[in-house]
Ligand binder design. Sequence first.
Ligand code: FES
Length: 148
Amino acid sequence: MPVYSEKVMDHFQHPRNVGEIENADGVGELGNPTCGDIMKIYIKVKDDKIDDVKFKTFGCGAAIATSSMVTELVKGKTLEEAERVSNMVVAEALDGLPPIKMHCSNLAADALHLAIEDYRARKAGKGPIGMVETPEHDEDEHDLLEHA
Ligand code: FES
């Protein structure tokens, strides 16, 4: 059983910004083919900044905590700043994640980046992007996967 930081437990038990945004400007929807978890992040953009952000996660505790943290980190940020929020940044903001749970933070950060990409694609008349699969994890990581 992995050991979680207090911040991870807090965001897991009291996730921030849960829900949907109707008429979102961008939606990032990702499925992890290894563990089967699904993440959806909605953004509302105003003056090139993330005016509002919400998420829905069908996933493990770490996926819920990382998506909650990612929404807190990017609210009010410019799209460029939000793009720089990587899975490592999210994990650090949560005071770390057990190594076997790092892939869950990928799901949160990737879904956010996809929502931004989707926003840009829609603006250019090429969206929406729709659901995407995260890259397969290697076998070792697969063997180590366990749900919280
Ligand atoms: Fe699938 Fe965490 S996102 S186990």
